[in-house]
Design a protein around this ligand. Sequence first.
Ligand SMILES: Nc1ncnc2c1ncn2[C@@H]1O[C@H](COP(=O)(O)OP(=O)(O)OP(=O)(O)O)[C@@H](O)[C@H]1O
Length: 219
Amino acid sequence: MSASWIITLTDVHFTFATGRKVLNGVNLSLGVGEKIALLGANGAGKSSLLHCVMGLAPIQQGDISIFGRACQTENDFRTIRGRVGLLFQDSDDQLFCPTVLEDVMFGPLNLGHSRDEAREIALQVLSDLGLGGFGDRITYQLSGGEKRLVALATVLAMSPEVLLLDEPTNGLDADVEKRLIAILQSLPQSMLIISHDRDFLDQIATRFVRLENGVIVNV
Ligand SMILES: Nc1ncnc2c1ncn2[C@@H]1O[C@H](COP(=O)(O)OP(=O)(O)OP(=O)(O)O)[C@@H](O)[C@H]1O
């Protein structure tokens, strides 16, 4: 494997316990600094692919290598999860604390930062995302778009080295989407981005691929 690949999937197969097969020999490599747009029809298996990369959906066949390390066991994936930021498609899967500040502090605390450091990081990320003053808001009372941004804040607060973003613009109005585009453009991390918003992807992505019939096709 080349040292310039952050994530490499080789002949990856994934089938749900129900028997629904969604990945049928996926080959895909994410390079340093690359921002790959992952296209595909509803139900093609895009979210499942991200879950496989995080080790949340165990693959039946193939190889996943992250930061040059072959990931097979839960233990392998646990060691890389802190370095890979996954924005779930559904914000409610990401947010589970009573207040916004607690949610955004959760990751840094988990990484070993002190409460003061975690608070400082969380307040900075919230401010960067235009969410200054949101710290004390009750998470479950946020609007869908606000939740989307707070969910992204929880990911960015962990300073991940690579970002897996599942529909980041869902529920965002035009102005907030513009701000998100500027933020993502300014971030140096490699990204794998799922979105049905082609305008958004055109402004972020350096490469486009499509998941079709369980395999990756270049577009
Ligand atoms: N836990 C599960 N058990 C069985 N099938 C599932 C499960 N979760 C998802 N699926 C099915 O697997 C297929 C792939 O789902 P996935 O969410 O990965 O697609 P997607 O490409 O991200 O779709 P979308 O663009 O609509 O978000 C779908 O047909 C979905 O219904």
